[in-house]
Design a binder for this molecule. Structure first.
Ligand code: GDP
Length: 225
């Protein structure tokens, strides 16, 4: 079934201080992750055509909250805190990495991971670690090489090909595309990917509605007899 979601209906649900405080593990969840300043908030705003759904970071590393958004019934986006900010104390970094690893490995409803990285500085250690964890847990990954408008077309294409090739080394379902919130580049690719990941939740919903309708019709039929 080809499901198309209207991402502009996305709305904020809640913030959680850590992964243990997220709502129940149900429906389908897609996580967005990236180093501070990679362009994650801008990409969420662009995806949903909303100016300030996700707060673009004025003070990187400050917001350690996990933000949860509802896209449609049973479909959620999880905006994970940016990582890799130099001024965050080591202890805090370690703690965060541990709970991030647990989330990626244990959260049953997590069905896709979008990893954002600046096209000019891709695949830092933590980016790779995250992708390894996801692949290890059988979670498909969409890498978005952000701020693609900063490179000329030729250099951009070469960079995408280079990262695609090196990503074969992860050995899992890892797709790589260029993205620019500023120019709207790659937004369609992202929407299509999310549609694909969210589809099972919507199909289930449609099936439930059809079942309900069928049983209503049965009852009506019985009453008419
Ligand atoms: P976050 O920390 O990952 O949420 O990153 P933000 O979305 O707050 O973006 C960090 C900085 O990069 C901001 O100054 C944005 O204006 C800038 N930025 C984000 N996306 C783009 C883009 O597509 N092109 C350009 N040129 N700058 C961008």
């Amino acid at each position: 079934m080809n499901v198309k979601i209207s991402y502009q209906n996305t709305h904020f649900i809640t913030s959680a201080p850590d992964i243990r405080h997220l709502p129940e593990d149900e429906g389908i969840e897609i996580a967005f992750a990236g180093r501070s300043n990679a362009g994650k908030s801008s990409s969420l705003n662009r995806l949903t055509n909303q100016k300030s759904l996700a707060k673009t970071s004025k003070t990187p590393g400050r917001t350690q909250l996990i933000n949860l958004f509802k896209v449609a019934d049973g479909c959620h986006i999880v905006d994970l805190p940016g990582y890799g900010f130099a001024q965050v104390p080591l202890e805090m970094k370690k703690k965060w990495q541990k709970s991030l690893g647990e989330y990626l490995q244990q959260r049953q409803c997590l069905k896709g991971l979008v990893v954002l990285m600046d096209i000019r500085h891709p695949m830092k250690d933590l980016d790779q670690q995250l992708i390894y964890w996801a692949v290890d847990s059988g979670i498909p990954v969409q890498v978005l090489l952000t701020k693609a408008d900063k490179l000329k077309s030729g250099a951009r294409k070469a960079q995408v090909l280079k990262i695609r090739e090196s990503s074969l080394g992860f050995g899992g379902d890892v797709k790589v595309d260029a993205f620019s919130s500023l120019k709207g580049l790659g937004v369609d690719v992202l929407r299509k990917k999310l549609d694909e990941w969210f589809a099972p939740a919507l199909e289930q919903l449609i099936a439930q509605e059809e079942e309900l309708e069928a049983s209503d019709n049965d009852e009506q039929g019985d009453a008419e007899q």
